[in-house]
Design a protein around this ligand. Structure first.
Ligand SMILES: NC(=O)C1=CN([C@@H]2O[C@H](COP(=O)(O)OP(=O)(O)OC[C@H]3O[C@@H](n4cnc5c(N)ncnc54)[C@H](OP(=O)(O)O)[C@@H]3O)[C@@H](O)[C@H]2O)C=CC1
Ligand SMILES: N[C@@H](CC=O)C(=O)O
Length: 408
């Protein structure tokens, strides 16, 4: 049976969706009984030259054309917040399913959108919104649902991972490498969402909601981006066999939850340290599966569209209607864990050693006064910050006992 689909947006991801539907047409016919047909496309500029074949499709810049048409599915890959949410609510209220890759909007409005879908006996799927092509949303919802999830930790932003990798491996400067990430199409239209950690934070929130079945607000997250990262710390980390990664971390601490995004030094024996450039990875800890890691492309046209088209198929193929949605907000406790910490100080080496004399530490560089202080509590971390002039500090996580993936 033919399913008529409206595609809202025909940029990087939207073009990927059109290309996959065309190039994998035979395969899709074997994956689903439905014939997925794009009948309408919404864009903002009708005069733009398009490289994809649009024959038989009504391209419009007026959402009313789509609201007035007979549509079986709306696929939103245009971005935007409030207006986009209003459009999607309209379709869901009509019982029309929605697929979206718009993590900015979903992080704010997922509860309202999913409730509206539920009340109208339809669905909203969003695999493309977190970690691009990696099937982490489906995995948490349908494949790891026998687990009590205790932790999810991941490299969730391709732009910043690309930047940190290039700064470490090629010694490139922050500004130069940001420009390359923009040219490669990894960065958001406004790349500050990437470098300030907000994009990763939005994805982290969506993962926490699925992992713990609780609601969270963006203000619940402690967010530090990579905008203050100095290349000198990347170089010193390298000497100590560590790699700086922007990690989204959510953890169940029994009566509360920890949610954060921050640059963290990862020991080079940890699998996350080898996730390079625009690649993403999500590490999940569950009480039945133990540890599992998902790796793949975090951004890109075909890569993200792979997840979007999969949602399009699953909308009709799977019984994916949710009946239980998170209602309560999760209690958040952001106090720091006992952990190793990297510090670069501006005090004299003697003063630093005097303050650190009661703790186990490793001196990484005498000239730049770089130390790794072992297994300190949140209180000691704060005391060191108060007593000494700290130029840079990062949490350090290492290999687990199995040498695969773990934290100290
Ligand atoms: N790029 C990526 O790798 C990833 C992107 N995403 C998300 O997917 C969504 C799309 O991203 P991407 O494809 O990169 O974005 P682009 O900027 O490449 O494309 C956006 C598309 O939406 C259209 N559009 C934007 N605003 C409006 C509007 N108000 N009315 C009508 N049409 C509009 C644009 O029209 P026109 O062509 O006329 O300019 C364009 O076709 C975003 O939410 C993004 O965060 C998620 C994962 C990865
Ligand atoms: N700007 C984002 C794109 C995908 O979500 C990123 O760099 O990861």
């Amino acid at each position: 049976m033919e399913k008529k689909i409206a595609l809202l947006g025909m940029g990087t991801v939207g073009s990927g969706v059109l290309n996959i539907l065309k190039e994998n047409k035979d395969l899709l016919l074997n994956s689903t009984d439905e014939l997925l047909t794009i009948t309408h496309i919404l864009v903002s500029d009708l005069n733009k030259t398009r490289t994809v074949d649009l024959s038989g499709i009504q391209v419009t810049d007026n959402i009313e054309d789509i609201k007035n048409a007979e549509i079986d599915l709306v696929v939103e890959v245009m971005g935007g917040l409030q207006d986009t949410k209003t459009h999607l609510l309209y379709f869901l209220e009509q019982g029309i399913p929605v697929v979206s890759a718009n993590k900015d909007m979903l992080a704010e409005y997922i509860d309202e959108l999913e409730h509206t879908a539920l009340n109208n006996k339809t669905t909203i799927l969003y695999e493309g919104a977190v970690a691009g092509g990696i099937p982490i949303i489906h995995s948490l919802t349908h494949s790891l649902n026998a687990n009590r999830i205790s932790k999810v930790m991941g490299i969730l932003n391709g732009t910043t991972n690309f930047m940190l990798t290039q700064m470490a491996d090629k010694g490139l400067e922050y500004e130069d490498v940001l420009k390359i990430a923009q040219d490669m199409g990894y960065a958001e239209a406004d790349p500050s969402a990437d470098v300030l950690g907000l994009d990763a934070a939005r994805k982290t929130l969506l993962l926490a909601r699925l992992a713990f079945k609780k609601r969270f607000k963006m203000s619940d997250l402690d967010v530090i981006g990579i905008d203050k990262v100095d290349k000198i710390d990347i170089v010193h980390g390298k000497k100590a066999n560590m790699t700086l990664k922007l990690l989204g971390v959510v953890e169940d601490k029994s009566s509360s939850y920890h949610l954060s995004v921050a640059p963290i030094f990862v020991d080079n024996t940890h699998q996350l340290s080898n996730v390079k450039n625009e690649k993403n990875a999500v590490f999940v800890e569950g009480n039945a599966i133990g540890q599992a890691m998902f790796y793949g492309p975090g951004a890109g046209s075909y890569e993200t569209a792979s997840a979007v088209v999969s949602d399009m198929i699953n909308t009709f193929n799977l019984s994916s209607k949710k009946t239980i949605l998170p209602e309560e907000f999760g209690e958040v406790d952001q106090s720091k864990e006992q952990s190793d910490y990297y510090f670069r100080f501006s005090d004299s080496i003697e003063s630093v050693k005097e303050v650190l004399k009661d703790y186990e530490y490793k001196l990484i560089d005498e000239t730049d006064k770089v130390f790794i202080v072992k297994s300190i509590s949140s209180k000691v971390y704060e005391d060191i910050q108060e007593e000494l002039q700290v130029k840079a500090s990062y949490q350090v996580i290492g290999a687990g006992q199995d040498g695969v993936a773990g934290t100290n």
